[in-house]
Design a protein around this ligand. Structure first.
Ligand SMILES: [Mg+2]
Ligand SMILES: [Zn+2]
Length: 187
């Protein structure tokens, strides 16, 4: 019998969903959705996918902003997405500092492992959309299909792609990534 996996799309946050400020988003007022993202998230939901955010937020561990602040940003983001017709099912953050030795800071795969304990997805059929080489590396190491967007650090990191970190697809932005995903879904 064919197993009934959830349809999931993993998405990095800063530089994919919202404008990467080159530092951390430390207050909701600085959180700016990139063009086409809210529409794209709505389309994903309409096609039956769960949206799951996977993000390094080492600023918490490094003491630059609090977990409470991050929770407020997450709640506000989730609410704005819902108002636009999308749905964020879950958010997994690495909160450990940059110098820590955790298993979840991308390019490590711990955040996907955490998600996998709660959501039954098939990695080989699941996309991860990210802007950094570390996103692509984490996604590939977990056996996911990867899309690198050229927003955020994408345009700069594209030049650093090696055979080991080559994404399955490169998309101009999140909207184009969603188009790729939906074409794949239709097959
Ligand atoms: Mg990013
Ligand atoms: Zn971590």
């Amino acid at each position: 019998m064919k197993k009934n996996f959830r349809k999931v799309v993993f998405i990095d946050r800063d530089g994919v969903i919202n404008l990467d400020l080159g530092g951390y988003v430390t207050k909701w007022e600085d959180f700016e959705f990139l063009p086409g993202v809210l529409d794209g998230l709505r389309l994903i939901r309409e096609r039956g996918y769960d949206t799951v955010v996977i993000s390094n937020q080492a600023g918490v561990g490094d003491g630059l902003f609090s977990k409470e602040t991050l929770d407020h940003i997450t709640a506000s983001m989730t609410e704005a997405v819902r108002e636009a017709g999308g749905e964020i099912r879950a958010v997994y953050y690495c909160l450990h500092g940059k110098k820590g030795d955790c298993d979840c800071r991308k390019p490590k795969t711990g955040l996907f492992e955490q998600a996998h304990r709660q959501i039954d997805f098939n990695p080989a059929e699941t996309f991860f959309v990210g802007d950094k080489i570390s996103d692509i590396k984490a996604g590939k190491d977990y056996g996911l299909k990867t899309i690198m967007v050229l927003t955020g650090y994408g345009a700069a990191h594209q030049a650093e792609i090696t055979p080991e970190t080559k994404p399955d697809y490169i998309a101009r932005d999140f909207k184009e990534a969603v188009d790729l995903l939906l074409v794949h879904d239709a097959k």
